[in-house]
Design a protein around this ligand. Sequence first.
Ligand SMILES: Nc1ncnc2c1ncn2[C@@H]1O[C@H](COP(=O)(O)OP(=O)(O)OP(=O)(O)O)[C@@H](O)[C@H]1O
Ligand SMILES: [Mg+2]
Length: 513
Amino acid sequence: MPLLSLRAVSVSYDDVSALRSTDLDIEAGEIRAVLGENGAGKSTLMNAIYGMVAAKGEFLWDGRRVAIDNPAEARNLGIGMVHQEFALVEALTVTENLALAVEDGTFVDYDRVRQTARRRADELGLDIGDVDLEVGELPVGSRQRIEILKALLTEVRLLILDEPTAVLTPSEIEQLFAVLRPLRDSGVAILLITHKLGEVMALADSVTVLRRGAVVAERSIADTSQDELARLMVGDMPPSQEVERPPARGTMMLELTAVSLRDKPGRARLDEISLEVAAGEIFGIAGVDGNGQQEVYEILTGHTAATAGTWRLAGDIVHGASVEAVSNHGVAVIPPERRRDGAVLDMAVWENAILDGQILALHTSKKGLDQNRAQTFAAELVDRYRIVCSSTEATADSLSGGNLQKLIVGRAMARRPKLLVAFNPTRGLDLGAARDVHQAIRGVTQWGGAVLLISTDLDEVLALSDRVGVLYRGQLTDGGSRPFARTDVGLLMGGIRPARDTPAPTLGTAGDG
Ligand SMILES: Nc1ncnc2c1ncn2[C@@H]1O[C@H](COP(=O)(O)OP(=O)(O)OP(=O)(O)O)[C@@H](O)[C@H]1O
Ligand SMILES: [Mg+2]
C-alpha cells in the first residue's frame, strides 16, 4: 500500500488553475522525482501535500483518508519539507532557526537544540559548520544544508525536497545524495523536484512529469531515458537561435585591481582579486559556493565597499559603495535571491518591470509616471521573455520561480547595461527558460556591454564565458579561456593547481599582456 496517495487533487489560485485533478502515489522507501517546466505546478503540488495551500481532492495516508490543512498537521503525520525558496530567518543563528522548528514552549533549551543538531548532522553526514553563526552570514550552500537538517531534525516518513540541488555544486550534490540514499533505504519516502535529468537518473526510483498543472507521464527509472524525460517535460521546443558573438572590442568595462575585503576580525574574505572584462566579453567566475562569490557580488553591486584595491567601470574609478551610484554607472544586476532582492512581491508585474531607477526614468516625465507606456513596456517584456502570468496586473508573488526570474532578466536587459553582473542567473530554471536567459546574457555583448557571470553551475560558466576565473577561499586564479580545460577548472575549484607548467596567472584580457 502506498504511504501517500493523492486522488484528483486540484489547486487554483484566484482563477488560475495551477494543479488539475492530479493522482500521485508514493511508497515507503521510494525516491520519486517530480519533473516539469517552470510553472508546471511542482511547488504547488508539494505545498498541497505539506498543507500550505488549500486543495480539493483526497489524500490517503497509510490508506486512510486524512485532511492536511496546515504544515503542523503535515509534520504530525511525519512529513518534512525543504522549500524552493529559503525559509530561514537571516537575523537569527543556525541554532535559533533550528529551535524555531522543534521547540514550541516559551523556554528554549538552546544547548539541547545545539546538541541535537550536531548529532543529527553527524548521523546524516551533513556538514553544517558553526551553528552559532547568523544565517544571514552564511553562503547559500550552507543555508541549504541547514534547511535540510531542519526538515530532518525530527523523524519523518516522507521528505519533500523542492529543488534542493539548484544551489549546490557537483560535490555538494553528491554529498546530498549520500544523505538521501540511506534515508530511502531505511524506509523514508522522498519526493524530489529537480530540473536536472542526470540527477533523476542517478538517484530516483520513479518519476512523475507535470505539464501545465497536470500529470503527463509516470515512469520507473529503469524504463525511461534522459531523452524521453526531456521530451515529456518540455513538449516540442523550437530550436534555439544562437546569438552571433562579435569579437571583444577592447574598451575595458570592468577592472578590479588587488581588491580585498576583510571582515571585522580581519580575515580576508577576498584576497587581492584582479580581473578585467572588456566590452563584448563574458567573464565567468567559477567556484564552490562560499569561496567569495557573495563578496564579489556585493562589491560590484555597491552593497559593500572593498577594504583595499581599486575598481573601475568603463574607466571611472568607483569610490566607496552605493547601489545607486553603481547602477547609474550602467551596471545591471541579476541577483541570486530573486524573491528577496529582485522583486517587490506584492507589487504588480508591470510595476516590477519598471522597478529600476534607469527604466523608471524612461517612463517618467514632468507629469509623472506614464502608466500606459509602463504597461506597454511590461507587456512587451512578458511577450519577449515568454513570462507566464495571468496578466501584467498580477502580483509578482503569483509568478513561478522561473517566470519571476525571466521578468528580472528582461528588466536588466531593457537597460542595455554597460556591465551586467549575473549571479546564478538560471538557478532553478527549466531547460527552456535557462536557454532564454543564456541567450539574453549573450545578447549584452552585442551592444558592446560586458558581462561578469558568477555561477556555481560549472556547466553554465563554461557554456557562456570567454574567459574564466576560479574563486577559492577568497582568491581568484586564472581558469583559462576557450576552449576550456574542464578538469583543470574543476581542480582549481577544489583548491588544487593543475600539475602542468603554467606561468603565473594573470587575468587581463587575452592578448593584451
Ligand atoms: N500564490 C500564487 N498566486 C497565484 N498564482 C500562483 C501562486 N503560486 C503559483 N501560482 C501559479 O501557479 C502555477 C504553478 O506554479 P508553481 O510555483 O507550482 O510552478 P513550479 O512548477 O514550481 O515552477 P518553478 O519550476 O518555476 O518553480 C504558475 O502558473 C504560477 O504562476
Ligand atoms: Mg517551484
